[in-house]
Design a protein around this ligand. Structure first.
Ligand code: MLT
Length: 377
């Protein structure tokens, strides 16, 4: 009987994926798994019972994934599960740069109760003239699940699409369509609209900054549905105020960017659709159950993927660090390794061994290189 702690409100779809024997709740003690959305775990006191954390979403910057890897705690995310929702918001943002929808809508509402609304509309609409996107160039930084979907929309809108993605393959590019891959510098230089779809990492922090903005076209529009930390707020506010940047549309409002003419903010709405919430909850719960019940790892951000059919009543699962050959290590510890699979991701390794035995995992405590070991079954 496993216990699952919810640190955020998660779609009920998740509950259906957990076996009926599981205890699931928002104040569940000694959890085996934690499921969350945006709860910040960096200062969270980690329960010793914890085996895994599943983020119902793509970004994992609210979870200390490296620290958890060193504790043998597997962190999952749900890549692609909310990509359609985020793509749709990014598409709205694209139009909002030119068409001035938010102020135009407020103005239209303000006419209620005034005389001859129709005449005022026709006289006043010139204040809200805005440009089209067709024929313009959209640069997409990051052509993962969201970026590649947005590229298809932009192509259908008759935009020219530039892409930057160091992980792009010819097969993926072919499936996306007529996107010209360029360096990030070229993308900054050539685009009328720039949409960010990269994860927040040390290497991507403030990728839009004073220097990169200086490379951009005058009147560029920047869309950010990814993470606020990708953009240097001081630089973007200055660039919007000077007119270098026409619009900065961000899903991550903060004190510095609010109230600035030319900065449009939405309240982290990218994945807030019932469809995306259900998809993320389903995927997060499914991955977590497969890990708890079978030791399989799919879509982890800190341990390698590994899936193996169960071939014996018991399964030993082992998380390692700096062990090049887990099989030899386990064999040295007296484990029958004839039916085992192992995988590695950088310094971290993971292995499952199917066994007929009654042993416990205690014997692995303190073994150099073993972060966590547990038996299933
Ligand atoms: C994501 O990282 O996929 C989103 O931030 C998910 C969310 O809004 O919870």
């Amino acid at each position: 009987m496993a216990k699952i702690l919810k640190l955020n409100k998660i779609s009920k779809v998740a509950d259906k994926e957990f076996p009926s024997s599981y205890i699931i709740g928002e104040d569940c003690a000694d959890p085996d798994g934690i499921i969350l959305r945006s709860f910040k775990m960096h200062d969270y006191a980690v329960p010793s019972s914890l085996l895994c954390v599943a983020r119902a979403g793509a970004g994992v910057n609210n979870i200390p994934c490296d620290k958890y890897a060193d504790m043998g705690i597997v962190v999952f995310n749900t890549p692609g599960a909310n990509s359609n929702a985020v793509k749709e918001l990014a598409t709205c943002m694209l139009f909002m740069c030119g068409r001035r929808l938010a102020p135009a809508m407020s103005w239209a509402q303000s006419l209620k109760g005034t005389p001859d609304v129709a005449k005022q509309v026709e006289d006043g609409k010139k204040a809200f003239i805005g440009g089209e996107v067709a024929g313009k160039t959209l640069g997409i930084a990051g052509l993962g699940a969201i970026g590649s979907k947005l590229a298809k929309v932009a192509l259908a809108l008759d935009m020219k699409v530039l892409g930057y993605d160091p992980g792009m393959t010819p097969e993926r590019l072919k499936a996306i369509g007529d996107v010209t891959m360029v360096s990030l510098e070229e993308l900054f230089k050539q685009s009328d609209f720039i949409s960010l779809h990269v994860p927040y990492l040390d290497s991507t922090k403030n990728m839009v900054n004073e220097k990169s903005i200086a490379l951009m076209k005058d009147g560029v529009n920047i869309l950010n549905c990814a993470r606020g930390e990708l953009v240097d707020n001081t630089a973007i506010v200055a660039a919007v105020k000077s007119g270098k940047v026409n619009r900065y549309v961000t899903d991550f409002p903060c004190e510095e960017v609010l109230g600035v003419d030319g900065i449009i903010a939405t309240p982290h709405l990218g994945a807030s659709t019932p469809e995306a919430e259900d998809n993320c909850a389903y995927m997060a719960a499914k991955q977590m159950v497969d890990f708890i019940e079978n030791g399989n790892i799919v879509n982890s951000v800190n341990f390698p993927a590994l899936k193996k059919e169960r071939t014996a009543p018991r399964r030993l699962c082992v998380c390692t660090k700096d062990v090049a050959d887990i099989k030899s290590l386990l064999a040295k510890e007296g484990v029958n390794v004839s039916d085992m699979a192992e995988a590695h991701r950088g310094a971290y390794g993971y292995a499952v061994v199917d066994l007929n035995c009654n042993c416990t995992a205690d014997k692995f405590n303190g073994v150099a290189g073993i972060l966590k070991a547990r038996f299933i079954g």
